[in-house]
Design a protein around this ligand. Structure first.
Ligand SMILES: [Zn+2]
Length: 242
């Protein structure tokens, strides 16, 4: 199961006094980047926050996986720090879209992929059917007015209302802002004179991963991801669906 990892747990020894910078990008984005975690068998299992990834590296629970000239190279924390120092000393150009963190006494590049050296659980290819993944699939964008909202201000709308037999499914639930949801009420989009931006479909891979793959800097993740398969979990009833 691909999942996020909480940002807390970052080792204060690593992260205190850290400043971030991103070459050719806004300075604040380095710490907000994501890191793909592989299990010890090189299968993608999680998406980690940058502090969490560095914490695991620092503790020796993970190693950096770097794709260099088509070959996979691995580095422990110290080796990655040294390589980063070397790159930094050479100045520009560095890799396109690389993110960097400046600690008190050194600069270190944010890895895109780490391998959890003692973690051997097998990832499930089931895509969880839940609110979070529907919001991610729809990019937190109301599928009626097209505006993006925070999760707090979004609801789920049954395209075919429940009262008409519409069920909880990838194909019948979409992101909707409260205003559009209220306006639509218990009607179909056609009856309400509203149009869907896109036809809702079952995602072929984790929506979290899909969102990242839209950015070029995460393109290196692709070689560790399984071919997308149309599997899903329909178990359980969604809570708070309107
Ligand atoms: Zn709306």
């Amino acid at each position: 199961m691909i999942s996020t990892s909480p940002q807390e747990n970052a080792d204060p020894a690593i992260m205190s006094g850290v400043r971030t910078r991103t070459r050719r990008r806004q300075p604040s984005t380095a710490m907000q980047a994501s890191v793909l975690a592989l299990n010890r068998n090189w299968l993608a299992v999680h998406v980690l926050s940058v502090p969490r990834a560095f914490c695991l590296l620092f503790k020796g629970h993970a190693e950096v996986v770097s794709v260099e000239d088509g070959l996979y190279q691995t580095y422990d924390f110290e080796a990655w720090r040294e390589l980063s120092e070397l790159k930094a000393s050479l100045g520009e150009p560095v890799e396109e879209d690389s993110d960097w963190i400046s600690a008190v006494s050194f600069d270190i590049q944010v890895p895109r992929i780490v391998r959890l050296t003692a973690y051997d659980r097998i990832p499930t290819r089931t895509i969880k059917f839940n609110r979070r993944n529907i919001f991610l699939r729809d990019d937190h964008r109301c599928q009626y007015c097209g505006k993006r909202f925070s999760m707090k201000r979004l609801s789920l709308d049954h395209v075919l209302p429940r009262s008409r037999g519409g069920g909880d499914s990838w194909e019948n639930l979409v992101c909707a802002c409260v205003t559009c949801n209220v306006r639509k009420g218990g009607r179909t989009p056609r009856e309400a004179g509203m149009r869907l931006l896109t036809q809702p479909v079952r995602p072929r891979q984790s929506p979290l991963i899909s969102r990242h793959l839209l950015q070029r800097k995460y393109g290196c993740w692709r070689q560790f991801l399984p071919a997308a398969t149309p599997q899903e979990s329909r178990s359980g009833r969604l809570v708070g669906v309107h």
